[in-house]
Design a protein. Structure first.
Length: 131
């Protein structure tokens, strides 16, 4: 995979995360109301932040010639604690159903699954056209 392909894949993840966040927000607004939709949107925002942090940290601790910093590895693991605390603060502060926030936090997970399916389909179509 070239650097260009990697950048396109990461950009696709951000776009798909935003798409799933927007889709979930609209659905929650229609089905459950503005407050639940806002909770989902905050969860999806946390999911985008988690995706960005994961991307940044994975580049920071990748095998390179520069020395690795131990705090970056700790932050890699600690991001789950931060994500949990943010979700808890949203639920307690807004008084929304925790399911809306948790589903919002899974927006990047849905994006990763969708991006994987897209990559598989592109790979299959690419192999078929070159054979």
């Amino acid at each position: 995979m070239t650097d260009r392909d990697l950048r396109q894949s990461v950009l696709r993840l951000y776009w798909l995360t935003a798409f799933f966040g927007l889709l979930g927000f609209v659905w929650y607004f229609w089905a459950r109301g503005a407050l639940e939709a806002f909770g989902f949107a905050l969860g999806a925002s946390g999911s985008v932040g988690n995706l960005w942090l994961f991307s940044w940290l994975s580049r920071a601790i990748a095998a390179t010639d520069t020395a690795r910093k131990p705090w970056q590895a700790g932050l890699f693991i600690g991001r789950y604690l931060v994500l949990f605390l943010v979700g808890y603060a949203i639920v307690q502060g807004l008084g929304v159903n925790p399911l809306a926030v948790v589903l919002g936090l899974f927006a990047s997970t849905a994006a990763v699954l969708a991006a994987s399916i897209i990559e598989i389909i592109q790979g299959l179509l690419g192999k078929q056209s070159t054979d």
